[in-house]
Structure formats: structure tokens, C-alpha cells
Write a protein that binds this ligand. Structure first.
Ligand code: CP
Ligand code: NVA
Length: 308
């Protein structure tokens, strides 16, 4: 049995198998052809943080695959009153067929997975957001940007930046990360990505100059400057990230046919200007829709790799 905790748990070939499934199931869905790949299966969805896309895409996705999703807010579970996570994992995983968790520390997700009898999917932790990156890569494929692209990530060295690092390191493309000083990526995660990059031939570049990072790139992306759980730091962060807004002047430095991606939610006037956001809205909302399709590919793949 395999869990989907980080992209680094998989080979390039395995991730491409999941995306192949996603592309096939997306085409079927567009034809209103609903194949019950996961008939009678239940997906438990534990949320310790807010969500729009992750909740709606997983719940709709499992339903369209012939199963059902259970929305489990941590506040309403006994977990919120102190029931140990490992007990919650042992109970829930005896009843459902797959679990998706959105939580804070990545170690909590790992603990849950260690005690779970069924595949566990990372729906975002403080360290990683791998389902979003599968979606972003699927969108790059659709926009003809997956063949040896140069990608710039401008902003916070957060869970999105870390997942971009893993994606680039596994797929073997060039990723340039520009962060303000003091907001760089986690050193251990960078080291892990560099090891993977040696095998794939990926180029991973780090710096504090967003304009230099964006120059001649195929894909430009960013994320909020204030992630969930960092609300108290908002004022300090907004100051530290001055000059990091992806605006028209910055996009003009990228290749003429470059695309802009954003995992959403987007904060206009901060990490992205209104003009850039609306200018690339078609791509951004294709990307948002692809959460539904990419995650179906992941769930069906995990189901096919259960212990027999
Ligand atoms: N991108 C993303 O994960 O969105 P939600 O927080 O709305 O789930
Ligand atoms: N970095 C953001 C991503 C939201 C999808 C957060 O963790 O809040």
C-alpha cells in the first residue's frame, strides 16, 4: 500500500502514470461518462484548516468515481477534544477506504499514515502541498509547458515552494526560486530536492531577486505571503515581501508566451496584481478545475496499488 504524502515518495514514471489516469478520467468526465473506478468506497477528509478547492474537488471527485466523501472537521471530531491522532487513524482507517488530511505539522500527517490501514493523501501541510503540484503540472501539460520548461516561483519559501522544488527535482526541469531574505525554503527540504535533482538533471536556483528569476521563463508562479497559521505575522510579512508582487512589469520579463499559475486563494495587490491575475484568469481557473481531475488520477492509482 502506498500513501501520497510528498511527491518525493514517487518516481517520475509513477507520477506520470497518475497524470495519465487523470487525463483519461478528465476526458471521460467531459463526455459525462462516469466510470465507477472506486465504487462503494469512502474517502474520509479530515480538515484542520480552511479550504474551498481541496474540499470541493475531493468530495466531488470521489462521488464521480462511484464513492462517497466524508467531510470531517477536526473541531467536530473527538480529535479536537484530545483523542490521540494515532487512535483516530486506527479507528477511521478501519471504516473508510482512503483518507485525505489537511493539517499543520507534516509530522502529524506522517503519524496518521503510520497508523492507517488505508492510503493517506496529503491535502496540505505546513511543509508540502503535493496534490496542488500534480494539478499544476497537468495544467502545464495542457498549455504545452511541460517539456523542459523554466519555471520561476516568486514569493514565500513555503509549502508551495517546497512542492515546486520536489516537482522540478523529480521531473528534471529548471526552477528558480526568489524569496526575500529570511523567507527562504527549508534547508532540509532543499537538500532533499538537490539529491533528487542530481538523478533527474534538474536545475534548482535560489536567490533574492524576483526580476532576475523571472527573466525568459515559461511559467511564473507565486503564492500568498501569509499562509494559514501565519495570520499573526501578517504585518511583518507584508513589509518583508515588498517588491515581490507579480505585476505586468515583472511578467514582461518572462517569455512572450509564458503562463502564470496560482494555486489560489489569490490576494490582489500583494503577491499578484489585479491586471496579471485577470490577464491569466483562463489558465488560473483551468488550473483550479484540474484539482478535480488530477486527484481522481491519484486516488485511482493508490487504489490499484493496495496490498492484495
Ligand atoms: N489551493 C488550495 O488548496 O485551495 P483551498 O485552500 O481552497 O483548498
Ligand atoms: N501556502 C498557502 C497555500 C494555500 C492553498 C497556505 O498554506 O495557506
Amino acid at each position: 500500500m502506498r500513501h501520497f504524502l510528498t511527491l518525493a515518495d514517487f518516481s517520475k514514471e509513477e507520477l506520470l502514470e497518475m497524470l495519465d489516469l487523470a487525463v483519461k478520467i478528465k476526458a471521460q468526465t467531459k463526455r459525462r461518462e462516469f466510470v465507477s473506478y472506486l465504487e462503494h468506497q469512502t474517502l474520509g477528509m479530515i480538515f484542520e484548516k480552511s479550504s474551498t478547492r481541496t474540499r470541493v474537488s475531493f468530495e466531488t471527485g470521489i462521488y464521480q468515481l462511484g464513492g462517497v466523501g466524508l467531510f470531517l472537521s477536526a473541531n467536530d471530531l473527538q480529535l479536537g477534544r484530545g483523542e490521540p491522532l494515532k487512535d483516530t487513524a486506527r479507528v477511521i482507517s478501519r471504516m473508510v477506504d482512503m483518507v485525505m488530511i489537511r493539517t499543520f505539522e507534516h509530522s502529524k500527517l506522517e503519524e496518521f499514515a503510520a497508523y492507517s490501514k488505508v492510503p493517506v493523501i496529503n491535502g496540505l501541510t505546513d511543509s508540502y502541498h503535493p496534490v496542488q503540484l500534480m494539478t499544476d503540472y497537468m495544467t502545464m501539460m495542457e498549455y504545452d509547458k511541460a517539456d523542459n520548461p523554466i519555471v520561476a516561483y516568486v514569493g514565500d519559501g513555503n509549502n508551495m515552494a517546497h512542492s515546486w522544488l520536489m516537482l522540478a527535482a523529480i521531473m528534471g526541469f529548471e526552477l528558480r526560486i526568489a524569496t526575500p531574505k529570511g523567507y527562504e525554503c527549508d534547508e532540509a527540504i532543499v537538500a532533499k530536492a538537490k539529491t533528487l535533482a542530481e538523478k533527474s538533471g534538474a536545475t534548482l536556483l535560489f536567490g533574492n531577486d524576483p526580476k532576475a528569476a523571472v527573466e525568459d521563463t515559461d511559467v511564473v508562479t507565486t503564492d500568498t505571503w501569509v499562509s494559514m497559521g501565519q495570520e499573526d505575522e501578517k504585518e511583518v510579512r507584508l513589509k518583508a515581501f515588498e517588491g515581490y508582487e507579480v505585476n505586468s512589469a515583472m511578467m514582461a520579463l518572462a517569455k512572450e508566451d509564458a503562463i502564470f499559475l496560482h494555486c489560489l486563494p489569490a490576494y490582489r495587490g500583494y503577491e499578484v496584481s489585479e491586471e496579471v491575475f485577470e490577464g491569466y484568469a483562463d489558465v488560473i481557473f483551468d488550473e483550479a478545475e484540474n484539482r478535480l481531475h488530477a486527484q481522481k488520477g491519484i486516488m485511482v492509482w493508490l487504489d490499484r496499488h493496495r496490498e492484495s
